[in-house]
Design a binder for this molecule. Structure first.
Ligand SMILES: [Ca+2]
Length: 428
């Protein structure tokens, strides 16, 4: 208990931070919902758009065999949309919103459920919800954020929300429901597109949260005398690196990855890669005959490069999460639980004690210390994920948090095994 007490303030801080972000709206609506009948209670788009007074100019396009209105297959057995994919056909529905430039940002939200979606050859070959923009010449700039979610496998109903900045060049905004996987079904319901603006208090809270978090971090650094312990400064350095990585804006991260790719591919052969982007193909019929090369707006990255970039970014992010927390857990256990390693045991009883220690984890006092260290790692992982809510381009994700925890567990397991081997060597 004595060991746990110092970490209670950190636990309380994580809880307060979590509660704050649960109730705080980073974006405030500036207008009404744009999409008409996003609950799909009626076969919208099958009828002509003149059926409803004040109906938006364009309704959904792309209805057909692979994109159908389903009266009882939506959320809670209401009306919804069912999109299927086969080897040669993809379900694709699109809604065009003219003049998006009247707004700062657009918030896209919707419920999605999937069944047995098998991913295709590209990262974007999944069941997706997109919002992309075309410029006045009709070009799409794919490097601009456009994915609200990309799913595979079987997933229950879940609500997805994503805010997209409206670029200055945008002439039209396109909401796109797409089953671009190899096979499987995707259902969509309760879709909405809302113009929003940044909450005026956001930057104030952001500064406040970063200042308090920095203070808490510094407090623990001094309290634990981290810089005075053996290997302690490596733990401090790695922790700072993890925080910097977690708060690094997506654009900076993407630009660095793009720069590394170009460094490795100076001949720009990627620019001619014939990666087809499903969003460019408005319906299944065109999908079957789509052989034309993709159009790339001048001065933007090609889709081949974008594909490689998004694969690398995903790989670096996932690997980075797990690896950094594995190293952090190992190092921090080494600093706080490995300092008092058992004295070498040369007799039979000593060897027995070592075996007993193995069953317990990492020795009596050290075991408790290792557990507390692991808990501290979990709290640190939660804080770094939560702090992403105080940025505009990063978002806390359950998947990332679980990756952090598995990394920490791996580091802990490695530390325990390493200690056991070291003790057995001493005992022998
Ligand atoms: Ca519905």
């Amino acid at each position: 208990m004595r060991l746990v007490l110092p970490f209670l303030p950190a636990g309380a801080f994580v809880a307060v931070l979590g509660l704050f972000f649960l109730h705080y709206s980073t974006y405030l609506p500036t207008g009404g919902e744009v999409i008409n009948q996003g609950d799909f209670e009626f076969p919208t788009g099958v009828e002509t758009s003149g059926a409803t007074p004040n109906a938006p100019r364009a309704l959904w396009e792309g209805w057909g065999e692979t994109a159908a209105w389903a009266p009882n297959e939506g959320y809670r057995n209401t009306g919804g949309v069912r999109l299927t994919a086969r080897e040669d056909m993809r379900g694709h529905l699109e809604y065009v919103y003219p003049n998006p430039n009247d707004h700062e940002h657009l918030l896209l939200a919707g419920r999605i459920r999937t069944r047995a979606v098998r991913p295709g050859p590209y990262l974007h070959s999944r069941a997706r919800l997109l919002l992309y923009f075309r410029d006045s010449a009709g070009n799409v700039h794919w490097e601009h954020p456009h994915t609200a979610c990309a799913l595979t496998g079987t997933k229950r109903w879940r609500k997805y929300r994503w805010v997209f900045p409206v670029p200055a060049w945008a002439a039209t905004a396109h909401v796109c429901l797409q089953q671009a996987g190899r096979s499987g079904v995707m259902w969509v319901d309760d879709l909405s597109l809302t113009p929003v603006r940044l909450n005026p208090t956001f930057h104030w809270w952001q500064g406040m949260i970063f200042a308090v978090s920095g203070g808490v971090g510094l407090g623990y650094l001094l309290y634990l005398r981290l810089l005075h312990r053996r290997n302690g400064r490596w733990v401090a350095l790695l922790a700072c690196g993890i925080v910097a990585g977690a708060l690094c804006p997506t654009e900076v991260f993407g630009k660095t990855v793009g720069w590394v790719i170009r460094l490795g591919q100076p001949d720009t052969s990627l620019a001619t890669a014939s990666v087809r982007h499903p969003a460019e193909e408005p319906d299944a019929a065109r999908e079957r005959t789509a052989t034309e090369p993709c159009k790339v707006a001048p001065g933007t990255v090609s889709r081949g490069e974008a594909e490689l970039k998004s694969r690398l970014t995903t790989g670096v992010k996932s690997g980075g999460h797990a690896l950094s927390f594995a190293v952090l857990a190992f190092l921090s256990c080494l600093v706080f639980a490995g300092a008092r390693a058992a004295a070498p045991s040369h007799d039979h009883r000593g060897r027995q004690r070592v075996r007993r220690d193995l069953l317990r984890g990492a020795g009596a006092g050290n075991r408790a210390r290792a557990c507390v260290t692991l808990t501290a790692n979990v709290m640190f992982a939660s804080t770094t994920e939560l702090l992403q809510s105080a940025t505009l381009s990063r978002h806390p994700l359950l998947e990332d948090w679980l990756l952090d925890l598995s990394g920490a567990a791996l580091g802990f397991a490695l530390f325990t095994s390493w200690r056991y081997l070291r003790r057995r060597k001493c005992a022998a």
